[in-house]
Design a protein around this ligand. Structure first.
Ligand code: FAD
Length: 530
């Protein structure tokens, strides 16, 4: 795939030849940017993509993140037809099980969300779940949801098809070409520096996986992307595995399981991950793995044997440990950086890079060409982090928790435990005296309610802070309240038409003199009715 003449100019340079880089290049070329170039430090897919378990689960936490994955479903077939290169897409479906009441509520809520987002999901009886997954020990299972749309893909084949489609439209790829510097002028992208020479360009798409934080800093951009070790076990043949079976998601046990070459692939998101410093991986880290860590994996192994007793005597082929990048809030980065114009980010994939890659590459290419993503994607906007969240100390403490929360029940009011107290209001000590329970927003600690005694118990039912919040609302409505807004962002509006502008965008009447009592929603009636 190496080209002979090294270019001096391009409209867009994509850095990194994993799933994100390949998909972005393909979609740029497909949209008419035919001189786009992809630069890869080593060989295509050699970072994280080659060893991905490559599960594609349709449902994500928001409609538009789900849309990015749903885009893949039709795209896989179209890409295969167009290029003649198979992507390995297999729609096997997936089965989520619950072993306690709260998980059951959680997966039923996900089932409702799926319906809202247009994804098929259906609760089924435990007996039917067992029929779909005969090797499963179902004794402690209380409920199951069947999601027929889910499946898996072959990451290397998918990248090969993307590259073929991109090249057929004029895009070029240079392997063994590490980017060593980024050229900027007046906070705008001017080009990239490589060992083979400089390339002048208008835009850079940074898709360099776990190496992205260091490269972004060369463009004056801080990003909170840091890797964790990530594990799955591969077994030899297991009796009873014939052909392809659905993925079994047993999140109470931190596990997902599926067939692989007649045996099983047992993957996990353990309660607390292990972060790893990218600098320790070495310059030549390509198509490589990290050390097996059986002590770390043992609790998940025991859970897996409980769920699938046939595993007890299965031959272990490999405990695969590969690095994957995570961000501080569990969602990836997609869009232009705040600091440098023309510097676009497509990284920090939080273990959904293969599932999301086709749609994310489409959205990133659209953003580069049109200056905005094709749909609202605030949960992936790179501008959502303050610099304080991008330090190595914060990242190496937080990302193991992010990996651990991947399979946790998403109770309302859930907060991060690590890397707290980074930015505090001047009134923080006063709030603490009043037993504030804090939440973290853009690095700031903001009181969520007062009168807390320890960590609140998380629940889908009426939370213990319900009365405390009700009291505050009534107090603010009926008497007086002082709001500490020092942790909130502020927008200054000034000039000739500022009043009419505010009248238009705000929900309340803004043309009033200071001290005038506003009209609000009748909260007191709502609370007294409860
Ligand atoms: C064990 C494991 C299981 C997983 N299972 C799943 C799953 O089931 N489903 C799923 O969706 N995801 C899964 N993932 C995650 C998924 O594999 C990743 O999110 C995805 O591969 C990341 O792709 P990427 O393109 O962002 O990064 P990468 O694949 O790492 O690509 C980045 C590329 O950038 C190149 N690069 C770095 N620096 C430079 C430079 N200076 N110049 C030029 N090139 C550079 C690298 O060499 C690399 O090829 C799993 C990951 C692991 C580790």
């Amino acid at each position: 795939m190496n080209e002979t003449v090294f270019p001096k100019d391009a409209s867009v340079v994509v850095i990194g030849g994993g799933i994100l880089g390949c998909s972005t290049l393909y979609h740029l070329a497909q949209s008419g940017i035919r001189d786009a170039i992809l630069l890869e430090r080593s060989q295509l897919t050699s970072g994280t993509t080659w060893h991905s378990a490559a599960q594609v689960r349709a449902l994500r936490s928001s409609k538009n993140l789900t849309e990015l994955i749903r885009y893949s479903f039709s795209f896989f077939d179209e890409l295969e037809k167009e290029t003649g290169q198979a992507t390995g897409w297999m729609q096997t479906g997936s089965l989520s099980i619950a072993t306690n009441q709260e998980r059951w509520t959680h997966i039923l809520r996900q089932q409702s969300l799926a319906k809202l987002f247009g994804v098929r999901a259906q609760s089924i009886s435990v007996e039917e779940a067992r029929e779909r997954w005969p090797l499963m020990n179902e004794k402690d299972v209380i409920g199951a949801v069947w999601s027929p749309d889910d499946g898996r893909v072959s990451p290397s084949d998918l990248c090969a098809a993307l590259v073929k489609g991109a090249k057929s439209r004029g895009a070029r790829i240079f392997e063994e070409t590490p980017v060593t510097g980024i050229l900027t002028e007046n906070q705008k992208i001017r080009g990239v520096i490589t060992e083979k020479g400089e390339i002048r360009c208008d835009a850079v798409a940074l898709c360099s996986g776990l190496w992205s934080r260091e490269l972004a800093s060369k463009a004056g951009v801080q990003i909170p992307v840091w890797p964790c070790e990530h594990f799955y076990l591969l077994t030899g043949e297991v009796e009873g595995i014939k052909g392809h079976i659905p993925t079994l998601s047993d999140h109470d046990s931190h596990l997902y399981l599926r067939d692989e070459s007649g045996g099983l692939l047992v993957g996990c998101f353990e309660p607390m991950g292990k972060s790893i410093d990218p600098a320790k991986l070495g310059k030549d880290f390509a198509f490589q793995l990290l050390q097996e860590d059986w002590e770390h994996f043992e609790p998940m192994m025991l859970n897996a044997i409980h769920r699938v007793p046939a595993l007890e005597h299965a031959e272990v082929k490999k405990l695969l440990n590969g690095p994957e990048s995570f961000t501080v809030d569990g969602s990836f980065l997609l869009g232009e950086s705040a600091e440098t114009k023309g510097f676009f980010l497509g990284c920090g994939m939080n273990s959904v890079g293969v599932a999301t890659g086709s749609g994310a590459g489409m959205a990133l290419a659209h953003c580069i060409i049109h200056g905005r993503t094709p749909m609202d994607l605030p949960e992936a906007d790179p501008k959502r982090f303050p610099d304080e969240m991008c330090s190595i100390q914060v990242l190496s403490e937080r990302v193991p928790e992010v990996l651990g929360k991947h399979y946790e029940i998403t109770f309302p009011g859930r907060q991060w435990k690590t890397s707290r107290g980074l930015r505090q209001s001047p009134l923080a000590s006063l709030w603490k005296q009043h037993h504030a329970h804090f939440g973290q927003f853009y690095g700031w600690e903001r009181p969520l309610y007062f009168g807390a005694h320890g960590e609140p118990e998380l629940t889908f039912n009426r939370p213990e802070w319900f009365e405390a919040v009700g009291k505050e609302v009534l107090q603010a409505h009926n008497q007086a309240a002082l709001f500490d807004q020092s942790t909130l962002g502020k927008i200054r509006v000034e000039g000739r038409d500022c009043e009419s502008f505010l009248q238009r965008v705000c929900t309340n009447r803004m043309n009033r003199s200071p001290g005038t009592r506003g009209s609000c929603f009748p909260w007191s009636r709502l609370f007294s009715a409860m």
